[in-house]
Design a protein around this ligand. Structure first.
Ligand code: ADP
Ligand code: MG
Length: 375
């Protein structure tokens, strides 16, 4: 068991490019931490520095009680699963599984027992005599996890382990890995996990906590519910949630009425919003999730008026695209609540759910509607 700490960790590559800008993070003992962010934000770089596959050019990494900056990868007590699985192609599954232990010169009986144990947990017993090329993507993925698990590492590192699988398999492997983490916990062998993905669904469903990254900076670290309900900034707000949060430029008039203006239309957030605001009047970004816009009859007070541009039928819900003052909004409505007479080009009115809307500072991007408690 081990906790993992990053202290002002920096990475400048040999060509002078600074990929990681002094990040700080504590991953608790037994915690499942997901690193998520767009391609190029330095998720892999961070993970590879933890693994020891990449040098650290500033700061410290602690695993358990040790500073591991200069410790060889094999001595860090961790195991890594890569996107391409990196199985040895000429070795049978059982030899791929046992390879790490053979390197450590463990006795044959011990390796056999560990192989049994792991193949039982991952249900890959019937694959032991096969070569990697005789495995499906999902099976190869399980073997790759098995090869990590067999080392009984204190820390598991995963770098986009599901990216090469089709959508259906990805969904089932996602559940499997989360389940495995729980099982190990219940078996009294809890593992600390650092899991990299660019997929927000994986991040939201798998992580005890999620570390959202952008361009080598940490934007927010929080549990999934907090991330969704209280995004610290406009970047996290736009990154987490589907469809994306509507984020439009507008103006805030602070005070009791807490007025928000988009183009020529103004609504009042009233005391509900006023109580949460932590800044003065001025230009802001207004954030409203597509699920938090309600259709109201035209002429209703405190509504934004717009025109329907696109209607997407998704099955259980409808994505309605609405143009409001030249800004494109998406509005999600459950199919059974949808008025089927609405057509493209129709004038409509929507009111945001005031208790769930967000206001962001235009320059810093910081959420200024968290009531001070989380700001
Ligand atoms: P992610 O895994 O989030 O997609 P990476 O950690 O792979 O991002 O890369 C982060 C940034 O560092 C990118 O801009 C990438 O181009 C750059 N980078 C990665 N490896 C190297 C390298 N060996 N030399 C220089 N720059 C690199
Ligand atoms: Mg990567």
């Amino acid at each position: 068991m081990a906790r993992l700490q990053l202290r002002n960790v920096e990475k400048t590559y040999g060509n002078g490019f600074k990929a990681v800008h002094g990040i700080n993070l504590d991953i608790h003992d037994g915690e499942f931490m997901v690193f998520v962010g767009p391609s190029g934000c330095a998720k892999s770089t961070t993970l590879r520095m933890i693994a020891g596959l990449e040098t650290i050019t500033g700061g410290e990494i602690h695993i358990g009680e040790k500073i591991v900056n200069d410790l060889a990868p094999g001595k860090r007590g961790l195991a890594m699963v890569f996107q391409n699985y990196a199985l040895y192609p000429h070795m049978k599954v059982k030899n791929n599984l046992g390879f790490g232990l053979r390197l450590k010169r463990k006795p044959k009986e011990e390796i056999a027992a560990a192989t049994d144990d792991v193949s039982g947990i991952l249900e890959i017993g019937e694959l032991l005599e096969r070569l990697p090329k005789e495995l499906s993507g999902g099976q190869a993925q399980r073997v790759a996890v098995g090869r990590a698990l067999i080392k009984s590492p204190e820390v598991f590192l995963f770098d986009e382990p599901l990216s090469n699988l089709d959508a259906k398999l990805r969904a089932s492997m996602r559940v499997r890995i989360t389940d495995l983490h729980m099982e190990l916990r219940e078996m009294g062998r809890p593992a600390t996990v650092a899991y990299v993905t660019h997929d927000q669904v994986e991040a939201m469903t798998m992580g005890d906590r999620i570390c959202v990254m952008k361009e080598g900076h940490i934007m927010q670290v929080a549990d999934p519910v907090t991330l969704y309900e209280k995004p610290a900034n406009a970047f996290v707000a736009g990154f987490i949630g589907m469809p994306e949060m509507n984020l439009v430029d507008g103006t805030l008039e602070a005070g009791e009425e807490a007025k928000l203006t988009i183009g020529n239309q103004t609504i009042s957030g009233g005391p509900t919003l006023a109580a949460r605001l932590t800044r003065q009047s001025g230009p802001v970004k207004i954030g409203i999730r597509p699920q938090h816009l309600n259709f109201v009859p035209i002429g209703t007070e405190n509504a934004f008026n717009g025109k329907v541009t696109v209607i997407e039928f998704m099955g259980h819900e409808i994505n309605l695209h609405i143009d409001i003052e030249g800004h494109s909004f998406i509005c999600v409505i459950p199919s059974e609540e949808y008025d089927r007479s609405i057509k493209r080009g129709d004038a409509v009115a929507v009111t945001p759910l005031v208790e769930r809307l967000h206001v962001f500072d235009l320059e810093s991007g910081l959420n200024v509607s968290l009531g001070g408690e989380d700001a």
